[in-house]
Each structure stands twice: as C-alpha cells, then as structure tokens.
Design a protein around this ligand. Structure first.
Ligand SMILES: NC(=O)c1ccc[n+]([C@@H]2O[C@H](COP(=O)([O-])OP(=O)(O)OC[C@H]3O[C@@H](n4cnc5c(N)ncnc54)[C@H](OP(=O)(O)O)[C@@H]3O)[C@@H](O)[C@H]2O)c1
Length: 275
C-alpha cells in the first residue's frame, strides 16, 4: 500500500447522532481512506442502533493508543471535548471536531497548538457543513478582501420559524413540534437564544476576516423574543422572520458581528459574502 492509499487509523469520541452517521457512512464513501479502530462513549451500557466491537468508556484507550493517528471528536460536552483536543495533540494525533461551542471558545488556543505541534485541527462539520462554508472561504475567498458576511446558520431556529409560519402556530408550539421530530434539543436554549449561531459566526469571522473573538462578545437577539403579533405582522406583509448572522468590516478596520431575529424578504440568498 503506498503512502497515498494508506488508511488513517481513527479513534472516535461520541456515538450519538453525528457519530453514528460517521460510523455508517465512512466505509460507504469511496474517497475516504480511514478506518475506525476504537470508539469512546460516555455510557458503554447504553442500547445503540449501531454495532461496533471496539467500544470503550476510557479515553486513554484512544489517546494513548500508538495504533491510532487521528482523533475524530463528536461529543456533546464542550469542556470534555477541549480536554480531548489538547490531549490528542500532545500525543501527536491530529483532530477532527464538530464541536462549534468548544472551537469558538478556544479558537486562539487551537491555532497556537496547531502551530506548536505541526498537527491539524479540522472542523468543517462544525459550521454549516452541508453547504459547505469554511472550505469555500479558505479556497475561493482567501485572496478577496471581504467586507461583509451574512447568513442563516442555525437549522433548528430556521425549522421552528418555518413551522410557525406554515402552520400558523406560536413559537413555543413550534419548538415542541421540532423537539418531537428531533429537530431541536430537549433544552433548546442554545439554538433559540442564538448561542449556536454566535458560536458559528465566531468561527466564520476567523476564516472570512482573520478576526478572532470571544463568542460572548457577539450581540444576540434570538427567536425566543418573537411574539405571535410579530408573526401576524410579517405574514400580512409577505415577509418571513429569520435568525440572521451578520458581520461587517467597519471603516476603522474593526469587525461588527451580531446574530439577530429580523424580518426577511423571501428569496434572498441563504449565505452572502460581499467584497
Ligand atoms: N446533530 C447535528 O446535526 C450536529 C451538526 C453539526 C455539529 N454537531 C456537533 O456534533 C457534536 C455531536 O452532536 P450529536 O448531535 O451527535 O450529539 P449526541 O447525539 O447528543 O451524542 C453525543 C455523544 O457524545 C458522547 N459523549 C458525551 N460526553 C462524552 C465523553 N466525555 N466521553 C466520550 N463520549 C462522550 C455520548 O455518549 P453516550 O452515547 O454514551 O451518551 C454520545 O454518544 C456536538 O458538538 C454538536 O454540536 C451536531
């Protein structure tokens, strides 16, 4: 087997919604050259919809395993995720993560750790992976002087708003519906208060403008603030309501970034970059 066709030996953390999808799709995607050697979960006794023989609840079985060269981190705990990233890099393993909360919070440290170690931390899956946006910004816009960026980047809020508009129901009822169908978390605050969008926007600012910031510094007005009268007012004027993430470079070179609920004209592009 040549170096080019050598398979990556992967240690996976997390076997929830994203982890199971990764486990099932990896062998089916013809261009991916990786095999999962071990999976670490929180509760090894949990009943799961997928079968895997190398399951463990001990992180060191991946982190100290010389037979694993890449860690794929797909857990829902941002603090534990940050521990995993640091330990994996210290052990000489590159990391792939989907944890936007952890990445937004620790981006400056992640960049420094990558420079020190010469290893990679990749996180396309953390921000609008199906578009995709990070790779586009890096490959096609890196030589452009972008002035602004705007987009709808939180799927759960967007689903809740669409259901409220289509079915003529209030926001709380639409949240319950989204939870029932698995489109919103049991605790929907991260999505409906705009934290998730702010974390994603924080990561996008780094790739669009080279600007690193604290996600807490991004102004947020989530969809939890919407009243039934707002929905009626919008419907009467053929407007939609959307949670938009937006950033502009100011004349003095500073960056203004915010995630806010706003009236929106149907047909506008989902993501727009202006140069
Ligand atoms: N769901 C999406 O559409 C989506 C999209 C993009 C990015 N993401 C990000 O992807 C990550 C995973 O999301 P998800 O929806 O797959 O979450 P999930 O369904 O809640 O699954 C979380 C998984 O993490 C495991 N876990 C939690 N803490 C752990 C720890 N300390 N050590 C080892 N395993 C641990 C859990 O183990 P048990 O199974 O034993 O409980 C579970 O398998 C999150 O960061 C999320 O923000 C999700």
């Amino acid at each position: 087997m040549t170096e080019q066709t050598k398979k990556l030996k992967i240690g996976l953390f997390g076997l929830g919604c994203v982890g199971q999808g990764f486990l099932e799709l990896l062998p089916k995607t013809f261009s991916s050259k990786g095999e999962i050697r071990k999976i670490c979960v929180r509760d090894i006794h949990k009943t799961r919809g997928v079968q895997f023989d190398g399951l463990t609840d001990k992180p060191e079985e991946i982190l100290n395993n010389p037979d694993i060269d890449v860690v794929v981190e797909l857990i829902d705990d941002a603090d534990a995720s940050w521990e995993i990233v640091q330990k994996a890099l210290n052990k000489g393993k590159s990391v792939v993560s989907a944890n936007k909360r952890m990445i937004a919070k620790h981006l400056a440290e992640i960049i420094e750790l990558q420079q020190q170690s010469g290893l990679s931390v990749l996180y396309e899956a953390a921000v609008c992976a199906s578009i995709p946006i990070i790779r586009n910004l890096e490959e096609y816009f890196s030589t452009d002087l972008l002035e602004s960026l705007q987009g709808i980047i939180n799927g759960s809020s967007n689903y809740i708003l669409s259901q409220a508009e289509k079915q003529g129901i209030g926001i709380s009822e639409a949240i319950h519906l989204a939870q029932k169908l698995g489109f919103a978390e049991a605790d929907p605050c991260l999505d409906i208060e705009g934290h998730d969008a702010a974390n994603k926007l924080c990561i996008l600012l780094a790739h669009a403008f080279g600007h690193i910031c604290n996600p807490e510094s991004i102004i947020r007005i989530g969809i939890d603030k919407i009243q039934t009268e707002d929905l009626t007012w919008a419907a009467e004027r053929d407007l939609r309501i959307k949670l938009l993430a937006k950033a502009n470079i100011q004349p003095d070179g500073s960056v203004q970034a915010y995630c806010f609920t706003t009236f929106y004209r149907f047909g506008a592009p989902a993501i727009r970059c202006k140069r």
